[in-house]
Design a protein around this ligand. Structure first.
Ligand SMILES: [Fe+2]
Ligand SMILES: [Fe+2]
Length: 327
């Protein structure tokens, strides 16, 4: 008999899974597991010394900014969202994804320790705390992660998470891809590609869960939330433009980055079943960036299942409508 003050707390049963698609995402996440220290960065050091001061400054700052976003996602976003979800298997997938966010955050430090001095690393972390655009975006996201008291707020936190992972990271991802797409700083580019492949699966999974919650709302709630999501996206987009100009004007790439941001904002919207806003197509993206996104193993050479998950996530091919019937 339970004590009156106690409630039944359930154990996760992997032999009885409520929805089969969650197991697919668990498997995919596990298959993609990687460790930052497996990637060799020795060659990057040689290229690094040939970069201009402005190029080095932008490169280091985009990585520092990305560190902040992954720290937020691993330490706040995933744990607070999973706490509000009842399904134990979905919770398990979120926990694993949260652990990988910490791997992402750590991997930038591995790159820093190869390329930058300790003094410079300290300066960069100080810069993160004082950059108004970075702090604006992380505060926006943090606010919605901490405000989940009902299903509408849970939906909004899930869409915020997708906006972070499929949209806001890309002003930072652009620069490592720009170099690795030209055969430079390839080890760091490989790490970024592994992170992008993770974010692609995370954005798809979180987006699908958001869609399932959204379906259950009445039309007026749907309309209200849709308006609010686009408003948040555009608010964050305006901030991204300022952040991008601040970082990329000195290396003459701001316009290219903005196009890439728009492209990924559309991907984020589509992840939770909304219409794209900017309608940027693959052909609008600089081919160097698309080349940089090609993760056919360069320095990281185990398990053939670890191919590029960005342009066409593997998981999409394995899912059918029936997978969601019992959600
Ligand atoms: Fe991440
Ligand atoms: Fe993620």
């Amino acid at each position: 008999m339970l004590n009156k003050k106690e409630k039944i707390i359930k154990a996760i049963n992997w032999n009885k899974i409520e929805n089969s698609f969650t197991k697919l995402f668990w498997d995919q996440n596990i298959r993609q597991f990687w460790v930052d220290e497996e990637i060799s960065l020795v060659e990057d050091r040689k290229h690094w010394d040939k970069l201009t001061k402005a190029e080095k400054d932008t490169y280091e700052k985009v990585l520092a900014g990305l560190t902040l976003l992954d720290t937020e996602q691993g330490g706040v976003g995933m744990p607070l969202i999973l706490e509000k979800i009842d399904d134990l298997h979905i919770k398990a997938v979120f926990s694993f994804m949260g652990a990988m966010e910490q791997m992402h955050a750590k991997s930038y430090s591995t790159i820093f320790s190869t390329l930058s001095s300790s003094e410079r690393i300290n300066e960069l972390f100080n810069w993160v705390e004082n950059n108004k655009y970075l702090q604006y975006k992380v505060n926006k996201v943090d606010y919605y992660y901490r405000k989940i008291n009902n299903q509408e707020e849970l939906f909004f936190a899930l869409t915020t998470s997708v906006l972070l992972e499929t949209f806001l990271f890309y002003s930072g991802f652009f620069y490592p891809l720009w170099f690795s797409g030209q055969g430079k700083l390839v080890g760091s580019g490989e790490i970024i590609n592994l992170i992008i492949r993770d974010e692609s699966v995370h954005g798809t999974f979180v987006g699908l869960i958001a869609q399932k919650i959204f379906k259950k709302f009445d039309q007026s709630t749907k309309d209200k939330l849709t308006k609010k999501v686009y408003e948040l996206m555009l608010d964050l987009y305006q901030n991204e433009i300022k952040y991008t100009k601040d970082l990329y004007n000195k290396v003459n790439l701001a316009d290219e980055v903005i196009k890439f941001i728009q492209y990924n904002a559309d991907k984020a919207l589509m992840n939770f079943g909304f219409e794209p806003y900017f309608n940027v197509i693959d052909e609008d993206i600089n081919p160097i960036i698309l080349n940089g996104l090609d993760t056919e193993t360069k320095t990281h050479d185990f398990f053939s299942t670890k191919g590029n998950g960005y342009i066409k996530p593997i998981i999409h091919d394995e899912l059918s409508d029936e997978d969601f019937d019992d959600f």
